[in-house]
Design a protein around this ligand. Structure first.
Ligand SMILES: [Zn+2]
Ligand SMILES: [Zn+2]
Length: 453
């Protein structure tokens, strides 16, 4: 039979790779909690209009990257969520969070879907960590989320990051800037790449996003948003810089930074990592003070960022700083002879209820094969149950690394494994066998060897 493969641009997380994801997500949840953010989970599918209205009709995301679904018998189109902010705003309004105490600080770790050309480190389904603060227009809110990202990177061992910062103004001052930009670029139109010629008509701010080498000299001389800010935007930008200085966060003003989405106002920022040669953006975000109103809510300021976790893990891997390791088993139970497997499973179940991580053989392999399999697992002890042990109500407990082993009464197995493994696992899971049975130094006593059939 021909095997069916996963869709292009997607990936599986195997049990070998899962610990790094778990460790990264645990670190993120810990940092987010310390900054006072609560977790938001939204559906993978959303109404198509949500992103048409917010991300912008002229963006690549809306024009060609969304997965559009037409449910059977419905003429209302849904999309697989391409980005997190619009969905977070929708949830904020739909759940009445805007009626409660403000600001509301949310984070999410969720998959996003974009039908892009697959390339290294870019996926059509990718996991994003995002934060949003709704209801705080003050520059200290912008500074707080930048501090959150910087703190997370530092705790992951990622150093040498650069915070790039710009202000792209507001609806009051941006038309004037837009005009200046058009006046600068129009005479140069013939020399621009085809994308830029189109942007000139649809979304001139995005001319500054162009990565085409031939267009770079034009960009270098383009008018800068910061020279066109109104007083209120200027003030906000100054306060943000003062807050970052107070936090000891270094930043670089970057007039070419505009971010791709239509809804940004004032602050835009990216955090780049240059330690691996090419500079990589590991986090990007900004302020979007008009977005909540655009989705039918009351005028409410907002600021947030998004961070792709695949790229972050790749960077950590390249640095040898992969977080997390598989949680080892306390014991693998190897069964041989006529020992009733169902009773062994019940014994294993008791150990698990006592808080221990335990696995056993199901497929009736030889003892040798079972021990070989155990040796390949992250596991400390093999618990061997043969006819003789079973009849005596005992097990042979073998330390797999040293080979030292001893006999332990089944009733004391949980205590022995917990005590010898030196693991705090199973707090509160005691099943009456307690501590202090004096097994700790008993390696090597009892039967010296188990015959491997
Ligand atoms: Zn302004
Ligand atoms: Zn261009």
């Amino acid at each position: 039979m021909e095997r069916i493969q996963r869709p292009r641009g997607t990936y599986d997380v195997t049990p070998q790779e899962a610990p790094r994801w778990q460790a990264l997500e645990a670190r993120i949840r810990d940092v987010a909690a310390r900054f006072g953010f609560g977790e938001l989970r939204t559906p993978v599918i959303e109404a198509r209009e949500l992103f048409q209205r917010t991300v912008g009709e002229t963006t690549d995301i809306v024009q060609k990257e969304m997965y559009v679904l037409t449910p059977p018998g419905s003429d209302r189109q849904l999309v697989l969520r391409p980005e997190g902010t619009a969905a977070a705003v929708r949830a904020y309004l739909e759940n009445g969070l805007h009626n409660g105490p403000q600001p509301v600080k949310l984070f999410y770790i969720q998959p996003m879907f974009r039908h892009e050309r697959p390339q290294a480190g870019r996926y059509r389904q990718h996991v994003q960590f995002g934060v949003e603060i709704f209801g705080a227009g003050e520059a200290t809110a912008d500074a707080e989320i930048i501090a959150l990202a910087v703190t997370l990177f530092a705790e992951l061992g990622l150093e040498g990051l650069e915070v790039h910062l710009n202000s792209i103004g507001c609806p009051v001052c941006r038309p004037r800037y837009r005009q200046a930009l058009l006046e600068y670029y129009r005479p140069r139109a013939a020399e621009l790449c085809s994308d830029c010629r189109a942007r000139l008509e649809t979304n001139p701010l995005r001319l500054l996003d162009c990565k085409v080498p031939a267009d770079q000299p034009h960009k270098a001389g383009a008018p800068r948003t910061v020279d066109y800010l109104c007083d209120a935007c200027r003030d906000h930008f100054d306060q943000l810089q003062a807050a970052l200085a107070a936090l000891g966060i270094a930043y670089r003003l970057d007039s070419g930074l505009v971010r791709g989405l239509d809804y940004y106002t004032r602050t835009v920022f990216e955090i780049k990592y240059g330690g691996l040669g090419a500079q990589d953006t590991v986090c990007g975000g900004g302020r979007y003070d008009g977005l909540i109103e655009l989705l039918g809510g009351p005028p409410t300021p907002g600021v947030g960022f998004g961070m792709g976790l695949e790229r972050l893990l790749l960077t950590l891997e390249a640095l040898g700083r992969v977080p997390g390791a598989a949680r080892p088993l306390h014991a693998f139970v190897a069964v041989t002879g006529q020992v009733p497997r169902a009773r062994v499973l019940a014994l294993v179940q008791d150990l698990r209820r006592a808080g221990l991580a335990v696995d056993m053989d199901h497929v009736g392999r030889s003892l040798k094969a079972q021990l070989r399999a155990a040796a390949r697992l992250p596991v400390r002890y093999a618990v061997i149950l043969g006819d003789e042990e079973w009849a005596a109500g005992q097990a042979t407990v073998r330390h797999l690394e040293s080979g030292a082993q001893r006999r332990v009464a089944l009733a004391e197995l949980a205590a022995a494994l917990r005590e010898e493994a030196g693991s705090p696992a199973g707090e509160g899971g005691a099943d009456g066998d307690g501590h202090g049975s004096g097994h700790g130094k008993g390696h090597g006593q009892g039967r010296a060897e188990v015959e491997a059939e």
